[in-house]
Design a protein around this ligand. Sequence first.
Ligand code: NAD
Ligand code: WQD
Length: 381
Amino acid sequence: MTVADIKPYVLLTGGLGYIGSHTVIKLIQRHYNVVIFDNLVNSKVETLSRIQEVLSVESPELSNDGLLFFQVDLRQLDDMKEIIEREFVGKNRRITSIIHFAGLKSVNESVKDPLLYYDYNFVSSLNLLKLVQAYQIHHFIFSSSATVYGDVTKFENPSEYLPLRENQTTKIPINPYGNTKHLVERLLEDYANSNPDFQVGILRYFNPIGAHPSHLIGEDPLNEPLNLLPIIANYSKLNKTLKVYGGDYQTKDGTCIRDYIHIEDLSRGHVLALNKLELLGPITISQQAELDMTVNYHEWNLGKGVGYSVLDIIKQWNKSTGIQVNYEIVPRRDGDVEILVADVEKSEKELGFICQFDLKDACQDLWGWTSHYFNSLKLEK
Ligand code: NAD
Ligand code: WQD
């Protein structure tokens, strides 16, 4: 058997979740083989058929044999090893890269149950690094969050820190969820420092929104949606009144500002980051000695670099979908940060990452997906 006989795979943990599922489509369309590990704690197995449906509509020429799925919990190292031994080592397949999406993401829940979050987000990541070591996996991308920047608006001169640059993390995220992201970043940085042949990309997402332009797939959480835009979409369907949390922030209209990024741009950012890590490839210790120690550890913001207030979003929603969502301004929500906007210079320069979709596209795609989803529920009844 030669090296050429071994089929390379990218392992996507949490690949049936919102961001993971859109990234699976992008990777398959770029001819990667993908294996998904997901325990379905916040996703449904139907998402796999939705991925297949999008691929069959958009890329009928591609065969489906490059996509594998295993229901497994990342907290169970032995279960993951058993799958790899059985399905990869024993079948001439090899995992060459990992994109690690799996984790829990509710800030509120993390405050109520921090141990659950350390278990799901930190222990799982540690287990994955054990796989990296055991099976010599060279590339690793981690889903981090803008939450690791903490709240710079509490500093004396906030404008000095905005937009947020990768190298200016305050190292004081403001909740247990953010702490788990910060800690996993440090874990990966330490591991990268002692393993020059390991390339790691930390992707700090700002606010992902929208759905696939085909409207055949989008976010489908098991519980009530947590974020502003999915709430607006649901409330538009159900004719409920949106609560706008806080109208007294020091912003142009008193509501919080965020950097919203279309899921299509965000998922494409993962392909660019993976390509970059592959290009940098494993380097030798002597090569590393000649270079900067951080040459195999990279942090990239994935945002659009533009800030919109909550009221901007509501206006854009009404304009691009033709649906008026009712809203009322209520007191601030605990833990909200006034402004979060990305500096995108580094990701543009190093990854060639430039957003191609705007807020209007995101609203229309989210509305298209929500309508498709509600219709499919009616058909099921
Ligand atoms: P999601 O909940 O839709 O997807 C996460 C997926 O991981 C789900 O399919 C879930 O079943 C799976 N999962 C969770 N724990 C697991 C475990 N122990 N073993 C196996 N599978 C497990 O979330 P998402 O929005 O797609 O987010 C993906 C990642 O990006 C998360 O790590 C999240 O913290 C991070 N992130 C998300 C946002 C956002 O607003 N969506 C912003 C910043 C960062
Ligand atoms: C956006 C704005 C709310 C709902 C969270 C996590 C962050 C990351 C992304 C995972 C805020 C306002 C919201 C509503 C409102 N997740 N809002 N009424 O808070 O920026 O970020 O998701 O990593 O870590 O904290 O996103 O969509 O919840 O809120 O007024 O019903 O909309 O106050 O200003 P957020 P969001």
